[in-house]
Write a protein that binds this ligand. Structure first.
Ligand SMILES: [Zn+2]
Ligand SMILES: [Zn+2]
Length: 282
């Protein structure tokens, strides 16, 4: 199927939307729709597997049944995630209001549709920038002063489920979850359609890596291990973990050499949830 066959109907539909609504309304409503579909649908699919296909679910769960969260923990997770999404949607509305007053929107919302070349280029650069923003903000959140007040909440789920992707302190939700996804396309002056594609991908990625399942060539393995062991795999792609020596193989070798459960910069927790300071030597 040629690009033209896809882009013509998309172009017509997009032109119709642009004629019918203001750029502010399109940015606000479109972003909310992307969040609702690409976060909640994967969550429902992943989290219903256990009830619908228990044997299949058990075969593919990374961590064993006794470590999985209880029903009341999942209900608490649901209310925290809902609160976070209300806060981030309200903040997005406020940002759009301010940028409308300033006469310049955060994203490019116009009648044109981006070319395939522009979309791929922006997605690739955004992916790398997001990795850097997420990795370093995540490492900062493991600082002994910040961890107990902020990031400890996200680490409540040592065996995560998809919904736990946004189970976080509101500061973490903004600094580590929202800004690393929204800043890169804004820096690139990306088209709003490119931003929505990027956001949809990142939401599927975060629900998948928190799902607790070994699907998509065990894509969740690294972040699942971060939830279980705390001081390894701070990033999403793995490039910066390799660069900084926080990938699993190097950390396992250090742990073996030092005979310690908490190796690496920052803090982790012991089995009772008490904060344990990591080794500062790396
Ligand atoms: Zn996580
Ligand atoms: Zn962490």
């Amino acid at each position: 199927m040629s690009t033209l066959v896809i882009s013509e109907p998309v172009g017509r539909a997009w032109a119709h939307i642009m004629e019918s609504y203001s750029p502010a309304t399109i940015e606000f409503a479109g972003t909310l729709i992307v969040q609702l579909i690409f976060f909640w649908v994967p969550c429902v699919i992943y989290m219903s597997l256990d009830a619908l296909f228990p044997r299949f679910s058990e075969r593919h769960k990374i961590q064993p049944a006794p470590k999985q969260p209880t029903r009341s923990e999942i209900l608490d997770c649901f209310s925290v995630v809902l609160k976070n999404q209300v806060i981030s949607t309200a903040l997005h509305g406020l940002m759009i209001y301010i940028s409308t007053l300033a006469g310049k929107g955060a994203f490019r919302v116009d009648a044109s549709i981006p070319t395939m070349h522009e979309i791929i280029r922006d997605l690739f650069i955004s992916l790398l920038l997001r990795e850097a923003l997420f990795y370093y903000s995540h490492r900062v959140l493991h600082h002994p002063r910040l961890y107990p007040k902020i990031h400890k909440i996200h680490h409540r789920f040592t065996a995560p489920v998809a919904l736990a992707a946004q189970y976080a302190h509101p500061i973490e939700q903004i600094v580590a979850n929202i800004l690393p996804i929204t800043i890169p396309p804004q820096l690139l002056n990306s088209h709003i359609l490119t931003f929505w594609i990027f956001m949809a991908y990142e939401l599927i990625e975060t629900t998948t890596v928190h799902s607790g399942y070994d699907f998509f060539l065990n894509a969740a393995k690294m972040h699942d291990l971060h939830h279980e062991k705390f001081l390894i795999y701070f990033g999403a792609i793995g490039v910066l973990d390799w660069f900084h020596g926080t990938d699993g193989s190097k950390m396992a070798a250090k742990r073996k050499a030092k005979g310690s459960a908490a190796v690496g910069k920052g803090v982790s927790e012991d089995r009772n949830g008490s904060v344990v300071k990591g080794d500062k030597s790396d």
